[in-house]
Each structure stands twice: as C-alpha cells, then as structure tokens.
Design a protein around this ligand. Structure first.
Ligand SMILES: C[S@@+](CC[C@H](N)C(=O)[O-])C[C@H]1O[C@@H](n2cnc3c(N)ncnc32)[C@H](O)[C@@H]1O
Length: 191
C-alpha cells in the first residue's frame, strides 16, 4: 500500500485545522463522505455547511448523515458554491476553519454534471473571505481527462498568484506516475 495516498493526506490537513465546536464547509457535497467527515470533526456544538447543485447528492448525503446521527449540525444547501460567501450568515464570514472541494463529477452519478473552472475559481475567492485566520481550503484536482485538466490548471494558476504575505499555498502530487492521479492544493490563511 502507498505510504502517501492523496485523500488521507487531505483529511490529515483538515483534521489539523478543525476543532470541536468549529465551522466547516463542504463545497462539493457529492455522496457526502467529506460532509460526514467534517460533521464528526466539529462535533455536536459545531456547524457544517454543505453545497451541491444536485438534489440527488443532497438526498444521499442527508440519509448518510441521519444514519450517523450527525444531521443536526449540518446545513445542506442546494446551490452553486460560487455564491457560498453571500448565502451564509454574516457571522460565518472570517470564522470558517476548513473548506473542502473535491472537483469533478459525483461518483455513481451523472458524469455530465461537473464542476467548472469559472465557478470553481469564484467559489475559491468566496472561500478566502470566509476563512478564519489559520483556516484552510483543500481542493482535490483531477487532471486525468481534458475538462478536469483545464480546471486543475486554472486552480493551480489562481493559487500561484495568492499573496504570500496572507496565504501558504501548497500543491501536493506524485511526480513519477503516468496515469494522472489526483493532486491537492491546500491554501492556509496565515494566523
Ligand atoms: C467529486 S463530487 C464530490 C465528492 C464528495 N466530496 C464526496 O465525499 O462524496 C463533485 C460534486 O460537485 C458537485 N458540483 C458541481 N458543480 C458544483 C457547483 N457549482 N457548486 C456546488 N457543487 C457542485 C457535483 O454535483 C458533484 O456532486
């Protein structure tokens, strides 16, 4: 087994930034695995906001959260993540400990419904406004197909230009694999 898998790396970054009672966002709810992960991390006193444009994704996730008895702390919102900063209460702005993005299409779902470069970048810009000092955004990027590559390139280009006085931006990836496994961008607002 690989010692450096991508998704557990993302989770370890998130775990380092989220505390019990905190606020976190899943910007791409999909099948709800990340929403559930965040809901457990923030605990009963915390809040998770989850966004997806697909009702089916939110339904599957609602059921997953109910079965795990954590639905009480999660707000599922049907809508594009590009409007997340304006659709959340003012009290959330500047207080979010972690925002997770997992780009592409929902596994098992309609593959034509995918994240798009322009709305993803708009969502990331909104995410920066929401972050608490010391908070983090993670973005899982898929470059294995043409659309995904264009989106990944756009996110990486955007990340390269973030002010280094305000943010740490890391790009975590394998450099010796030919089959384009996912890579990760992590953006931490300096404390
Ligand atoms: C790869 S899946 C997410 C997987 C998910 N994190 C999980 O744990 O199962 C990507 C999701 O992003 C959603 N999506 C696409 N465009 C979106 C947008 N503009 N705003 C919010 N969600 C979007 C898709 O509907 C899809 O469910």
């Amino acid at each position: 087994m690989s010692l450096l898998p991508i998704l557990p790396f993302v989770r370890s970054v998130i775990e380092d930034h989220v505390t019990v009672g905190g606020i976190a966002i899943d910007a791409t709810v999909g099948n709800g695995h990340d929403t559930l992960f965040l809901a457990k991390l923030v605990g009963a006193q915390g809040i998770v906001y989850g966004f997806d444009i697909q009702e089916e994704a939110l339904e599957i996730t609602r059921q997953r959260l109910e079965e795990a008895h954590v639905i009480d702390r999660v707000h599922l919102i049907r809508g594009s993540h590009q409007y997340m900063a304006s659709s959340l209460p003012d009290t959330v702005i500047g207080n979010v400990q972690a925002i997770m993005f997992n780009l592409g299409y929902r596994p098992g779902g309609d593959k034509s419904i995918v994240t798009q470069p322009a709305s993803t970048i708009a969502a990331l810009e909104g995410g920066l406004q929401l972050l608490a000092p010391g908070g983090v955004i993670t973005v899982v990027l898929y470059s294995g197909h043409q659309e995904g590559k264009a989106e990944a390139d756009a996110v990486i280009e955007w990340g390269k230009h973030l002010d280094q006085k305000m943010y740490h931006v890391l790009w975590y990836q394998y450099i010796n694999q030919k089959n384009s496994p996912p890579t990760v961008i992590a953006i931490e607002r300096k404390g």
